[in-house]
Design a protein around this ligand. Structure first.
Ligand code: SF4
Ligand code: SF4
Ligand code: SF4
Length: 234
């Protein structure tokens, strides 16, 4: 099933023009008859990301962030050895072994940022379970930034308010749209959906693909999953 089909299902479930978040969990009930709280997850497929940066630009625009700022960073990693031929293609300047890692809020189920925030600014949205911000409550103390084991938070330089990737809860999901980076990625490296819905594309994907969570040993229970790169020809 393509991401486009999943998108149509997502939008159908929300209802055209819906501005309320309540329908976000409706797919489970609608499709299975079960009443379960949603667990929104994002999957980053390292095999598909080409490092184009479209996700970063889309995030900046959708969330009205300062120039050059995004809630997601792409870290480039390479296992290539300088001057040595690539074992896959034989070239010394290839991209075969270049890979990218998405660095963004992991949407922890046990979120240290929420626990330490003294004002309730960093909080979990009660309807969707997504970790997000109430900017009006933020004191700029940076406790959340220090507490985040994923280095995923920052202070918005224009508002002096802490910020994190909230799956575009306020900018896109509230309008019945998929997160901006997911919409933008032309290489299908990002998939978003409800992991508690057994019929969702993301559930089916995770059922057949090996995926990992970063620093799982910390007990934060991240909702961001990574499909690690599969080495070519070895
Ligand atoms: S990754 Fe960091 S900012 Fe995101 S929920 Fe976890 S502790 Fe909070
Ligand atoms: S910087 Fe803002 S969101 Fe972070 S802990 Fe302080 S008050 Fe809470
Ligand atoms: S989900 Fe939204 S807030 Fe998070 S990185 Fe993607 S575009 Fe930015």
């Amino acid at each position: 099933m393509s991401e486009n089909i999943e998108r149509r299902r997502f939008l159908k479930c929300l209802g055209a023009g819906s501005l309320m978040l309540a329908p976000l969990g409706c797919s489970v009930k609608e499709q299975t008859g079960q009443d379960a709280a949603p667990h929104y997850v994002m999957v980053f497929d390292q095999n598909k990301c080409v490092g184009c940066g479209g996700c970063k630009e889309a995030c900046n625009k959708a969330n009205n962030l300062p120039e050059g700022r995004s809630r997601v960073i792409l870290e480039q990693q390479s296992s290539a050895v300088a001057g040595q031929a690539c074992p896959h293609c034989g070239k010394t300047d290839c991209d075969c072994q270049r890979k990218y890692v998405r660095v963004s809020c992991q949407q922890c189920k046990n979120a240290p940022c929420v626990s330490v925030c003294p004002t309730g600014a960093a909080h979990r949205d009660p309807k969707t379970g997504i970790v997000t911000m109430d900017a009006s409550k933020c004191a700029g103390c940076k406790y959340c930034i220090a507490a985040c084991p994923y280095n995923a938070r920052y202070i918005n330089s224009e508002t002096d308010v802490a910020d994190n990737c909230d799956f575009c809860l306020q900018s896109k999901l509230a309008k019945g749209e998929l997160p901006a980076c997911v919409q933008e990625c032309r290489y299908d490296a990002l998939v978003f959906g409800d992991a508690n819905d057994p019929n969702s594309y993301v559930s089916r994907l995770l059922a057949v693909k090996d995926s990992v969570r970063v620093k799982a040993h910390l007990g934060t229970e991240p909702s961001l999953r990574y499909i690690p790169i599969v080495k070519l020809g070895v």
